[in-house]
Design a protein around this ligand. Sequence first.
Ligand code: ATP
Ligand code: MG
Length: 446
Amino acid sequence: MREEITPPREALAVLQKIEEAGGRAYLVGGCVRDALRGAAPKDWDLCSSLPARRIMELFGEKALPTGLKHGTVTVRAGAQSFEVTTFRIDGEYRDGRHPASVTFTPSLTEDLKRRDFTLNAMAWHPREGLTDPFGGENDLKAGLIRCVGEPEQRFREDGLRILRGLRFASQLGFALEEKTGRALLEERALLDRVSRERVRDELTKALCGEHIRPLLLEYREVFAQVIPEIRPMFDFDQHSPWHIYDVWTHTAAVVEAVPPEDPALRLAALLHDMGKPASFRLDESGRGHFPGHDRLGAEQAEGVLQGLRYDRGTTEAVTTLIRWHDTHPAPEEANLRRFLHRLGRERFFQLLTLMAADDRAKNEKSARGAAVYEKMRRMAEGILERGDCLSLGQLAVSGEDLIDLGIAPGPALGEVLGRLLDAVLADPALNRREILLKMAAKTPSD
Ligand code: ATP
Ligand code: MG
């Protein structure tokens, strides 16, 4: 654990300017937590005793009123920006969503008390050092997520904190302190009152933590509170020699095995087998099959993601990955070119990652076979480097060339172009003008 915190010069300059104007100011929250554990803070937030309008005056054109109602001003200093928020006590949370009112206070401790977890409720000052009234530093050392105050009450004030608790556990690899963990499960229905956008943002962060797997298992009811459609996967026996795990246990392993920096891939992993329970069939030998679970899963996932207000790009990526996750392409160049044509580079590479993680979380034989996806990635990279034709635009003939040959514009033309592209995807050596013109002149039945 670090004792020294070294904030950027600019943050200290903002702090000093507030003090010179007669206020008090501290670094607070996530940056103190991250700096103490030796990680680089994403942003450096400050809290101060001065009212927001004083901060606005003090910093003039460098100040932006980003949340005046809650006492927040964003101050530009050099190339960086810092949020400065007046010490405050959050009023009653009537709807479990937002404080109905906030009251400003001269007390730093009161400001720290409104914060969610002890490790997020510490402040730091260059001369005073750490202010830590709730034992955040000890919890940080012990690896514990613990509510400030009574967990039930804090969750009732704002149900989102339930998901935030899992988010920090997932990011940091921490355990939930016993009372906090119990309350988080018991009070999970409070999440119903939180806006879908806030749920979406914390859920995404939770899923993208390095330590999500055990949480998906132990706190699965919390995840099912925000995505009830995952519940049929719980304990679902696959009756298949390919699977050592039930569907949900398998899912948790796949989520953690795909890279944390790609939210679409983590979401695809979470939902990739959601079509399985509804498409389950047992054959005479007692073996389970899931015909069409990929298509069904893609449809179901679309509904889930729209409900959580995910953007179209994410929804498209996730549903495409789910739709194709069970195709197991053969590692042949022609085949890989067809995939690159259909999905594009980025999506196809994500798909290879998902399929490898999926196979590694089945049985041992399947896991051994997963090396094939690495081979396919190298082959696909080779195809892209060589610049093989992968789209109509890269064909050595154009639509106009074909019209000159006497092919009527419209569906017939599209059909011929499609046929030429198929041929070139199978054999790139055919992508030469004279060859393609000859091929186009022949009718398909020739
Ligand atoms: P990150 O590095 O992911 O931004 P963070 O701790 O800064 O993590 P934020 O969501 O940016 O998280 O919130 C900043 C601080 O505000 C938190 O550290 C915490 O002290 C407080 N906070 C944020 N949301 C809540 C909440 N819903 N209830 C209570 N305190 C909160
Ligand atoms: Mg933050």
